[in-house]
Design a protein around this ligand. Structure first.
Ligand SMILES: NC(=O)c1ccc[n+]([C@@H]2O[C@H](COP(=O)([O-])OP(=O)(O)OC[C@H]3O[C@@H](n4cnc5c(N)ncnc54)[C@H](O)[C@@H]3O)[C@@H](O)[C@H]2O)c1
Length: 250
């Protein structure tokens, strides 16, 4: 598989290093970041000067690890140019835009991949999505993450994923992935808690329905201020699955 990467920050660099040899092209608006990453790789990918140059190169799949704007600006053109697309900036995918990408992908015989990202349990949520009565994401972070000081756990937000994404953009990808896997942005509930007892970012999924109940807890180590290592690992795993013949997990 020939892979192109847009965005050579924490996630893009991690993926490029693990998938060295498959990565044939890099693009970053800050060109130096792409150049420096290319230097660190054993099999030198092409560093594109512009998105136009990048998208004209031959590859099977483009990993977007840049920004929501990148997904909106480049998503359709990547699919139209005959490449599959893996989206990390999932917050860009409101239901309307995702439908649009889906139509373009279908027309071009291509696919859009959204890795589970920094949360565990998306496999189960996907499987039971038609039977979900209630789904809730409970995120606990140290008050410092919100620029706060509290002595005891304090609920900062309780409401729909749609509003959570607007008010707490740093939580956007997890809430978006859970919403898309399950019952959408309106019906997915989100609770955000500033908790002095936690150091890692802790995400809990609680799902109930006729299938039974799912509860998962993920305690994430971070790569930078915002990004959990699991997000990058989950994208790498999905890329490897795409190359494999046995796929484990839903
Ligand atoms: N799916 C998930 O669970 C998950 C988890 C964490 C982060 N993310 C998202 O993944 C993306 C990358 O995260 P990161 O921590 O690696 O970020 P980062 O800031 O470390 O790196 C992003 C890179 O993309 C480049 N970039 C930004 N906009 C661009 C554009 N329009 N065209 C080309 N390059 C552009 C930047 O210059 C930067 O080098 C972010 O949007 C983040 O929100 C997703």
């Amino acid at each position: 598989m020939k892979i192109g990467i847009i965005g050579c920050g924490a996630i893009g660099s991690f993926i490029a290093k693990v998938m060295d040899g498959r990565v044939v092209a890099l693009f970053d608006v800050v060109r130096d970041k792409a150049v420096r990453l290319a230097e660190e790789l054993k099999f030198k990918p092409k560093v594109a000067k512009s998105f136009e140059e990048f998208v004209s190169l031959e590859m099977d799949l483009v990993v977007e690890a840049a920004s929501q704007k990148a997904v909106r600006d480049y998503g359709e053109r990547i699919l139209e140019s005959g490449k599959d697309l893996m989206v990390l900036s999932v917050g860009a995918l409101d239901e309307k835009f995702l439908k649009k990408l889906e139509r373009v992908a279908r027309r071009n015989g291509k696919r859009v991949y959204i890795p589970s990202g920094a949360i565990v349990g998306i496999d189960g949520v996907k499987a039971v999505s038609d039977m979900i009565a209630e789904v809730e994401l409970i995120t606990r972070k140290n008050p410092k993450a919100f620029g706060l000081r509290t002595e005891k756990p304090t609920i900062l937000f309780e409401g729909s994923a749609k509003d959570a994404i607007r008010l707490f953009p740093q939580n956007v990808n997890i809430a978006a992935t859970l919403s898309l896997a399950g019952v959408g942005y309106e019906r997915t509930r989100v609770k955000i808690i500033a908790d002095p007892d936690v150091e890692k970012n802790v995400h809990e999924i609680r799902v109930r329905g006729d299938f039974g109940e799912i509860v998962t807890i993920t305690k994430n180590v971070k790569m930078n201020d915002r990004t959990s290592l699991l997000a990058a690992l989950s994208a790498v795993r999905l890329l490897k699955d795409l190359e494999g013949v046995v796929v484990i997990g839903t």
